[in-house]
Design a protein around this ligand. Structure first.
Ligand code: ZN
Length: 177
């Protein structure tokens, strides 16, 4: 039974971290949200849910792919690595690479991206980061849509959910601009 282990591990590894939004939600709320979103896909399996729960561990905590492989298996570790940015690169380059590489990823990695960006756009609409001005919010929505351009055609359910989140975020950020 790997799922309860993964919830526990994610909660402990992300403890003390909060989302960027004004509501300052615990960060683990985001990874649970992404897991709940990917679970709506007819293609969801345990590896996908585990990958979603653990998708920010290597990028944002002291956890490593090796530790994930030991605890949850090499398939889950490989999936997490596919959706992990190289933090040694400058932020602009990381964002450019997300756009350039999304279409090259596995279907499960693209499902996590669809749900991750939908989660982020929903948070942007509901609780935007206070230090982001209107232009930055508009640019984030446009960038997320470009990344997701490489994730289309594999999962109609998650794609429709992303589109709904993007449309709503666009209305909110452009209305505020
Ligand atoms: Zn995320």
């Amino acid at each position: 039974m790997r799922l309860p282990e993964a919830y526990d591990y994610a909660a402990r590894m992300h403890s003390g971290q909060t989302r960027k939004g004004a509501a300052q939600e615990p960060y683990v709320n985001h990874v649970i949200d992404v897991a709940a979103r990917v679970a709506r896909s007819p293609a969801a399996d345990e590896t996908l849910i585990l990958g979603a729960l653990l998708h920010d561990i290597v990028e944002d905590t002291a956890g490593t792919a090796a530790e994930i492989a030991t605890r949850f298996g090499p398939d889950v570790a490989a999936l997490v690595l596919e959706v992990t940015d190289d933090k040694s690169l400058p932020k602009a380059e990381r964002k450019r690479r997300q756009e350039a590489t999304a279409a090259l990823k596995s279907d499960h990695a693209r499902r996590i991206k669809l749900a991750d960006k939908a989660s982020n756009l929903t948070a942007l609409a509901d609780s935007p980061p206070v230090h982001w001005n209107a232009a930055r919010r508009v640019e984030y929505v446009a960038w997320a849509e470009r990344v997701i351009g490489g994730c289309r055609g594999i999962d109609p359910v998650l794609e429709a959910a992303f589109d709904a989140a993007a449309l709503r975020a666009k209305r909110v950020v452009e209305g505020a601009a």
